[in-house]
Design a protein around this ligand. Structure first.
Ligand code: NDP
Ligand code: MG
Length: 386
């Protein structure tokens, strides 16, 4: 039997993090947990640590870090703190796979630490590629790190590409569920509450990505993510709304043939594929019953009602730091919407205004990106307070 694979999960207490532990728990002899990490939800981290017995943990927030030691005084391994601690966990040389599942820009620096250590990275944290795609993919090439998509659409594309020549790809077709407001008339968008936006028809996810799915910014981010993971220009990356979420994405080849990857929607599948790549292991998920599903339908994405998708394509075409600004403004706007301080339609407005007023840097360094993220957040917050 092969030696167990050693896994570190950045963001183990989140939606992707807990589902990753679900995958690991089903085949505990095949995996060893190196580090588990969180920001503040330390009670959950303690419960996870008691079950999975990781070598160590890393906690971003200071009081949560202290509380871990009160709750679990006999934890034997290192209890690392802050962003530095997350980076140490990410870079640990024992890691075979680092599952990057923190949310938003907070994942950029720790994910980069994993890349610089040359690890295999299961990448769920798409905002890292949106904000710093050029830098991260260049670093991955330089350090021999492998980026494996956890996002279901990108995992689908990667699976369609197995055995193909990359030069034969004509186009990627990313599917979108359309979110909870797919059929809502434009004149009702002003009344969307956070509670309604948090009810996604097909997926149960963390609150930030659920709002991104409702605005279709998530799909815009996925176009940018695909640009970096598969090194294709924006003209070769299309989005199609497919409400049943059975086709997870498609690849069209130069001879007109199209491959689709399908299955009952479950993040366990792409998570496990990233952990076991290039092989597959059995996974107990519901089998796809097409007769029961009946029909698969498709429609064009409406960028009038969902301007965030258009803004993301524009930022991608602008290149440089534009997508970093897009992401930062979106994080601020989504947080304000969730707090009840901004209407749903205000999210795209805040992002558009921030993009209009920030200068785009053509070839930013990682330090530049961190500074631009901070400045974009300040600008976006200014528009909010006016
Ligand atoms: P969650 O909000 O559920 O979880 C986020 C995780 O990151 C938690 O462990 C959280 O810790 C931790 N975290 C958040 N902020 C910080 C910080 N500043 N420092 C350190 N840790 C932090 O998010 P999801 O699991 O839904 O999403 C994670 C990523 O995966 C996102 O980028 C999302 O876009 C992507 N993704 C998610 C999918 C899904 O089905 N959920 C599908 C495809 C992609 P704590 O619990 O302490 O707050
Ligand atoms: Mg996705």
């Amino acid at each position: 039997m092969a030696a167990p694979r050693t896994i570190t999960i950045l963001g183990s207490t989140g939606s992707i993090g807990t589902q990753t532990l679900d995958v690991i728990g089903r085949r505990s002899t095949e995996y060893q947990v190196r580090y588990l990490t969180c920001n503040t939800r330390v009670d959950d981290l303690v419960a996870q640590a008691r079950v999975f017995q990781p070598y160590g943990v890393a906690i971003r927030e200071e009081s949560a870090w202290r509380r871990f030691q009160e709750l679990y005084p006999d934890f034997a391994g290192p209890v690392l703190r802050g962003e530095e601690g997350l980076c140490e966990a990410a870079a640990d040389e024992q890691n075979d796979v680092v599952l990057s599942a923190m949310v938003g820009f907070s994942g950029v620096v720790p994910t980069m630490a994993a890349i610089r250590s040359g690890h295999v990275i299961g990448l769920a944290n798409k905002e890292t590629l949106v904000s710093a795609g050029a830098i991260m993919t260049a670093a991955a090439r330089a350090h021999g790190a492998t980026l494996l998509a956890v996002d279901s659409e990108h995992s689908a594309i990667a699976q369609c590409l197995v055995g193909e020549r990359f030069s034969d790809v004509a186009r990627l077709i990313i599917t979108a569920s359309g979110g909870p407001f797919r059929s809502l008339p434009a004149n009702e968008f002003h009344a969307i509450t956070p509670e309604r936006a948090l009810r996604h028809p097909n997926w149960s996810m963390g609150s930030k990505i659920t709002i991104d799915s409702a605005t279709l910014m998530n799909k815009g981010f996925e176009v940018i993510e695909a640009r970096w993971l598969f090194d294709l220009p924006s003209e070769k990356i299309d989005v199609i709304v497919h409400p049943q979420s059975i086709i997870h994405s498609m690849v069209e080849f130069v001879d007109g043939s199209v491959k689709a990857q399908m299955g009952v929607p479950s993040m366990l599948v792409p998570i496990q594929y990233a952990l076991t790549y290039p092989v597959r292991l059995p996974l107990d998920v519901p089998s796809m019953d097409l007769a029961a599903i009946g029909s698969l339908t498709f429609e064009a994405a409406d960028t009038e009602r969902f301007p965030c998708l258009r803004l993301a394509y524009e930022a991608l075409r602008t290149e440089g730091s534009a997508a970093c600004i897009l992401n930062a403004a979106n994080e601020v706007a989504v947080a304000a919407f969730l707090a009840g301080d901004l209407p749903f339609t205000g999210i795209a407005e805040v992002i558009a205004r921030t993009l209009d007023h920030m200068e785009v840097v053509a070839h930013p360094s990682l330090d530049d990106i961190v500074a631009i993220d901070g400045e974009s957040r300040r600008r976006a917050a200014e528009y909010l307070s006016n």
